[in-house]
Design a protein around this ligand. Structure first.
Ligand SMILES: [Zn+2]
Length: 579
């Protein structure tokens, strides 16, 4: 359970039709929607309502209550205003969900996997980063990119894998227009790393997820599908992406829920970013995920059918697709229909998966050793030299944050989840030489106002940093400490600093946000407030102490949050005595 976070409650109400199913087979699967899309709820429903009362009320036809949004990933929760909750009552099958993820990450090398073409093609015109090797011309020979091998071995080490001392590349044969050679150079039975694991945490429960293998291959060309009135539909090929180093991390089917899958992806991406081997950007396609998802009767080892889901371009899409797919399989099974072994594609705007093709099997690819590349023998010394180069990883950094800065676990987890955020935090502390004890205050600002600005603008901390450097954020906090700006005014100042890229001092001077500590000026506003709020004054006089708060609020408003609240309180109490 994350600590130091105020629970955020929303009211919910559902209605249910009288169900022919026995009550103990009902589950509640709510979906929370708000302007930015659907938010998964986990655990699925209210802590406040007992299951029994829920069931009986649902059976009777309706129930309302509160849902606790105490979820670490619900950063946007405090900003939810319009909320609808859709509740679906379904018969709960006695099945469990089994999920295994395959992640492909483009590696941040300068050149491609087997040729010297630049990988920096993102804004390049199509087919400009190509050569005979990545175009798949006959008679050319590939050469191995050593940096890509190092990055893959470093990732395998960070994922606690055993590193193969003998490894090789293999040809994976299949015909497809995006595959220039008609085969992909990949790894079959001797991956760089195998038998690893990574830790995830869901609802405070730690779980170790096994990693099957980490191997290296090459990316394929990009197909752009078009349709025009005269020509019908057609496809264009951009070979720039062909041959970019692609690392594949295959996880064991240890995941039991879409939320576990999401946490696994978040953790894996975080590790790759800490290692600096991949941008981990899902929206841009440098970090892609395919999911194998099946259901099986509880306590059975037999999966009903293996289904692979593709085309998920964000963490949210993975969560939604897996939630949908698990439900679809349960429903079919409940109806007594057979589940097909197939590959399905996620259709984001419709929120469904659709059948694409029946699933290929490994032997269809006719793997055989790549005859143009010699096997690689990795010496122990070389592997150990890479291990020594590994940076501090997310969990180690979190533990250090706990010990070194005395932060709550909740803060440490959120700050170190992203390397860029953790760096920003520590750079603030470095910039703030005057008072190194301010760790918690900086954390509050980063997880509060700064995160709010980041979310509202759909950017990340790196973008924020371009506008507001750690030095400037610390500069703003220092003005607050000196009493030159009130807490409320500092928040608006930060907003302005982000919008204009100017330092705090300039903004505060230009916008007149400086704190009013001149008691004469505040006294004037205090007298105004007393004059204009006769009822509150009378209430206060009659012993209703809460009225003082109201009057303080009036003065704060009149001074646009710039007056020192302590001084207002003091002056108000004094003046009220005199009235
Ligand atoms: Zn090339």
């Amino acid at each position: 359970m994350p600590e130091s976070r105020a629970p955020f409650f929303v009211d919910w109400a559902i209605t249910a039709k009288r169900s022919p199913q026995p009550l103990d087979t009902l589950v509640f699967l709510p979906t929370l929607t708000h302007p930015t899309g659907e938010i998964p709820l986990n655990p699925p429903f209210s802590k406040g309502e007992g299951k029994e009362s829920f069931r009986s009320a649902a059976y009777e036809g309706g129930l309302g209550g509160k849902i606790d949004l105490l979820n670490p990933h619900l950063e946007t929760a405090p900003f939810l205003s319009a909320i609808t909750i859709v509740a679906i009552l379904k018969r709960a099958m006695d099945y469990e969900t089994v999920i295994g993820l395959e992640v492909h990450a483009q590696l941040l090398t300068k050149s491609k996997m087997f040729c010297r073409c630049s990988t920096d093609y993102a804004s390049a015109p199509p087919n400009t980063h190509v050569c005979p090797v990545c175009l798949g011309m006959p008679g050319v020979l590939p050469t191995i990119n050593q940096q890509a091998v190092e990055y893959t071995v470093m990732t395998a080490l960070a994922l606690n894998c055993t590193i193969s001392d003998y490894t090789k590349f293999d040809r994976k044969n299949y015909p497809y227009p995006d595959l220039m050679k008609g085969y992909q150079i990949s790894q079959y039975d001797a991956p760089f790393g195998h038998h690893g694991w990574l830790n995830i945490e869901v609802n405070g429960q730690k779980k170790k997820v096994a990693i099957t293998r980490v191997h290296l291959e090459e990316d394929v060309a990009k197909l752009v599908h078009r349709a025009s009135p005269g020509n019908g539909s057609y496809s264009l090929v951009d070979v720039n992406r062909s041959g970019v180093p692609l690392m594949e991390v295959v996880g064991e089917p240890d995941l039991r829920s879409p939320e576990e899958a999401r946490q696994y992806l978040i953790k894996l991406r975080s590790i790759l970013q800490y290692l600096g081997v991949s941008t981990g950007n899902m929206e841009e396609g440098s970090f892609r995920c395919d999911a194998n998802i099946s259901i099986r009767p509880k306590k059975s080892q037999e999966l009903l059918a293996k289904v692979e889901v593709k085309n998920m371009n964000s963490f949210k899409a993975v969560y939604r697709a897996l939630t949908y797919e698990a439900e679809r399989q349960r429903k079919r099974a409940a109806e007594g229909k057979k589940l097909a072994q197939e590959t399905r594609g996620w259709v984001e705007d419709k929120g469904i998966t659709v059948a694409q093709r029946s699933k290929e099997y490994a032997h269809d690819y006719r793997y055989f050793p790549e005859p143009d590349l010699a096997p690689l023998v990795l010496s122990k010394e070389w592997v150990e030299s890479l291990r020594a180069k590994l940076p501090e990883l997310p969990e180690a950094r979190r533990d250090r944050f706990l010990a070194q800065y005395d932060l709550p676990l909740y803060d440490a987890n959120l700050l170190t989840g992203s390397k860029a955020m953790a760096d920003y935090f520590e750079d603030c502390l470095k910039a703030d030489k005057a008072s190194p004890a301010a760790a918690k205050e900086i954390s509050n600002w980063l997880l509060g106002e700064v995160s709010r600005i980041i979310n509202a603008n759909g950017i990340d901390i790196a973008d924020f940093r371009k506008k507001v450097s750690p030095e400037r954020l610390v500069g703003l906090l220092a003005l607050g400490k000196k009493g030159e700006v009130s807490a409320a005014a500092a928040k608006s100042a930060l907003e302005e600093m982000f919008a204009s890229g100017q330092p705090a001092e300039d903004i505060i001077a230009q916008r007149g946000l400086g704190q009013i500590s001149d008691s004469g000026a505040i006294e004037k506003e205090v007298m105004e407030a007393i004059k204009n709020n006769a009822r509150a004054v009378a209430d206060y006089k009659a012993g209703k102490k809460q009225s003082l708060k109201f009057l303080v609020g009036q003065v704060m408003r009149a001074t646009r949050g710039r007056a020192d609240p302590g001084l207002i309180n003091e002056l108000l109490a004094k003046k009220l005595e005199e009235v």
